[in-house]
Design a protein around this ligand. Structure first.
Ligand code: NAD
Length: 385
């Protein structure tokens, strides 16, 4: 049967531009039954030489250097926003007004206000949307959700997550500009809260339900850095580190920590869930494994099991190789791309939607408000996802 083509325009050709392009290119081979297929119609970023080279390397049919051209073009069905956070709202609002489907990188926006305008825009336009909180689609993480949903853990008492990095310890790392926009509050909106904890919060609410209230502390260890745009030394406005604790709607307690100052850790995203009958833990550095402790095991053999999530009856794995052989980081994006195209077929939302990501943004905003005011904050989250 002929496939229905969705002409995709990628805006931003950096790290995420590559992971998404790889996702689009591989779903035809590994999800052959999908009725819809992406066509790499255009890529956009500001440097002509670089975007032209990217288009040639990845097989995009055309390129642009101004994202507004992408919105104007009537040969684009879906816009994929892979640019720094300060551009998400403006591009999404324009894309929604033009009736285009939108896939947007996380965090949805810099602020709750921006995020709300984006939710309003996609609801008004009625366009299909998703946000790339890709860790949900790591098979071991999806399996963790299935195990919790099955009730095997019983009542949940604790949810604990860390996201630790070490790449900004040197005071010589600038803020702003191509590789270091994450340190510039105007471009990023916040530091580790929006960049890293947002992932932890999305996974946590997906698995364990809404976060009701938070108490947080943040720190900016290096107070001033050179701005690579102006060359001037400027105050650093982002949070370098953040720790918060919280109550979930289900009565469990949450504890979250993220920093870019944990020497020795590159991207140590971990979570652990402790329930009445069993516990689960996962670690991005060993992403095919899920550790599971079941208190109902006979006591002489009771202990943490290490489950290699590669069997064909485990999430997504029937798509790949044979039991015992691993997949990696890039597959989470391939899975999300496939789920998005499948959602066009089923008519179901492709979660996390803008609305789901807006709820995550509420938690991020409450965390930053709590740290600034040194007080507990209600999040106002209405979790449905
Ligand atoms: N889902 C994830 O795990 C994950 C991981 C990394 C980054 N992200 C998110 O993805 C987004 C992009 O991050 P990245 O690491 O790919 O950044 P990056 O710096 O590697 O790439 C950004 C790209 O956007 C382009 N760009 C910047 N401003 C633009 C503009 N006005 N118009 C057109 N192009 C423009 C740059 O030229 C570059 O190609 C951010 O929102 C980030 O938070 C998500």
């Amino acid at each position: 049967m002929a496939k229905k083509e969705i002409r995709v325009a990628l805006i931003g050709s950096g790290l995420m531009g590559r992971t998404h392009s790889n996702g689009y290119k591989r779903i035809g081979d590994f999800f052959p039954e999908l009725e819809y297929r992406p066509v790499l119609q255009a890529v956009c970023s500001r440097n002509e030489e670089k975007v032209k080279a990217f288009a040639e390397q990845w097989g995009y049919a055309s390129y642009e250097t101004d994202w507004r051209r992408i919105i104007e073009r009537d040969d684009i069905d879906a816009v994929d926003i892979c640019t720094p956070n300060d551009t998400h709202a403006e591009i999404a609002l324009a894309a929604a007004a033009a009736g285009k489907m939108i896939l947007c990188e996380k965090p949805l926006a810099r602020t709750l206000e921006e995020a709300k305008s984006m939710v309003d825009a996609i609801e008004k336009a009625g366009v299909k949307n998703t946000v790339w909180y890709n860790y949900r689609r790591v098979p071991a993480v999806t399996l963790a959700k299935q195990i919790v949903d099955s009730g095997k853990l019983g009542r949940i008492f604790h949810y604990r997550a860390n996201f630790l990095q070490d790449w900004t310890i040197s005071p010589d790392v600038p803020q702003g500009g191509a590789a270091t926009w994450r340190l510039d509050v105007d471009a990023a909106g916040s530091g580790v809260t929006g960049d890293l904890l947002a992932h932890c919060i999305d996974t946590a609410m997906w698995i364990n339900g809404g976060i009701k209230d938070v108490s947080a502390v943040t720190e900016t260890f290096i107070k001033e850095r050179v701005h690579s745009g102006s060359g001037e030394v400027k105050k650093v406005g982002i949070d370098d580190a953040c720790i918060f604790h919280c109550h979930f709607d289900n009565g469990s307690l949450g504890l979250f920590e993220s920093t870019r100052y944990a020497r020795g850790h590159k991207a140590l995203y971990t979570f652990e869930i402790n329930g009445e009958h069993a516990s689960i833990r996962w670690d991005l550095h060993d992403l095919n494994r899920l550790e599971y402790f079941d208190h109902s095991d006979e006591s002489i053999v009771r202990g943490w099991r290490s489950i290699l999530v590669t069997d064909s009856d485990q999430p997504y794995m029937k798509r790949w190789w044979i039991p015992g052989t691993s997949i990696g980081y890039e597959h989470s994006f391939i899975h999300q791309a496939a789920d998005f195209f499948e959602s066009l077929q089923t008519g179901e939302p492709c979660s996390p939607t803008f609305k789901d990501a807006y709820e995550t943004q509420k938690v991020c905003e409450a965390v930053l408000d709590s740290a600034a005011s040194k007080s507990w904050k209600d999040t106002g989250v209405e979790w449905e996802g």
